[in-house]
Design a protein around this ligand. Sequence first.
Ligand SMILES: [Mg+2]
Length: 378
Amino acid sequence: MIGFLKIPIIVEENRKIIHVDMDAFFASVEEREHPQYKKKCLIVAPDPRKNNHHGVVTTANYNARKYGAHSAMPAQQAIELIPKEKLVIVPPHFDLYKSTSEYIHNIFGEVTDTYQSVALDEAYLDVTKNKLNESNIIKVANYIQQRIVKETHLTCSVGISYNKFLAKMASDYRKPFGRTIILGAYAEDFLKPIPIEKFNGIGKTTQKRLHNMDIYTGQDLQNLEQDTFIDTFGKMGYVMYKRVHGIDDSPVESQRVRKSVGRERTYNRNIVYSADVLQELKKLAKMVSTDLSKQRQHGKTVVLKLRDSDFETVTKRMTFQDYVQNEDQIYQIASDIYTKLNIKDKKIRLLGITVTNLDPLSYEEVRLNLFSNEDKYE
Ligand SMILES: [Mg+2]
């Protein structure tokens, strides 16, 4: 296998990441609405007795879990595990879960703009910088937990660490209403006893292959050579290798919709020749195009901004019927605007290109990028 550099085990610990996971979310919302369910074994699923034995459990409360019921299990199987007098089965009320989820996400937004929701009941927050101006990540996590409990009467578990993978592993470690912290020095030790089934991202197929290799725990994984990971699982093996050693560089990607994407540069020396202006526009177009594709956006308007040596600033925009995203298109439009401005004699000290009127790329247009934001190995 070629093309991969051996990575040294240097753990990047500068970020502060919290993973918030609501406890038995759908079931807890139902219990909140109907407190009489609390003592029961509650299954949130379409009733299989009314649906020809069909239906899957979306959530089981903790009482039901004691009997072995769990989410993604056939509802029929779940109700057979639970004594009749204890069983309550209710159909999911997604609108209610969604509005509750939105409320919780608004709390996240009051803590940081950099949060990434993974599901209605789960999100990553990058609180390295946060709106509470609190440098102690444990206090930030505590604040979130307390506010959610007070305002929604629901509990969540939080995982605290310096990357997404570990934060997720941590929130899963103690539930419900858990709070688990993994510091850099302890990351590898934390992962050692954990069964591979509990590793976020290792799915059923990979589990089987690992079991065939006699690998059952985090420690077994840590004992594997990097080459073995890559030879066996390809590029995903490399990601896996890093994670079992506590390394995960993937950013928390906030879904906040950006209204525009732009880049500008101020030059120490004025640009005198128009050929040089065009050269710079080419560079800016490339950066903007890269930013757009990272954010999976494209836009219909291109804005050119220029400031001359007299500090006079001009912005000029062009809007199109079709979306613009690639660097050649952006450059072509920006240079057109520049040419039409007819200011060749001006000395330029600032240039900027912005694309606005943005919309998300549709699924088919998204170029697959194996090494960014993968949450699963398979
Ligand atoms: Mg959950």
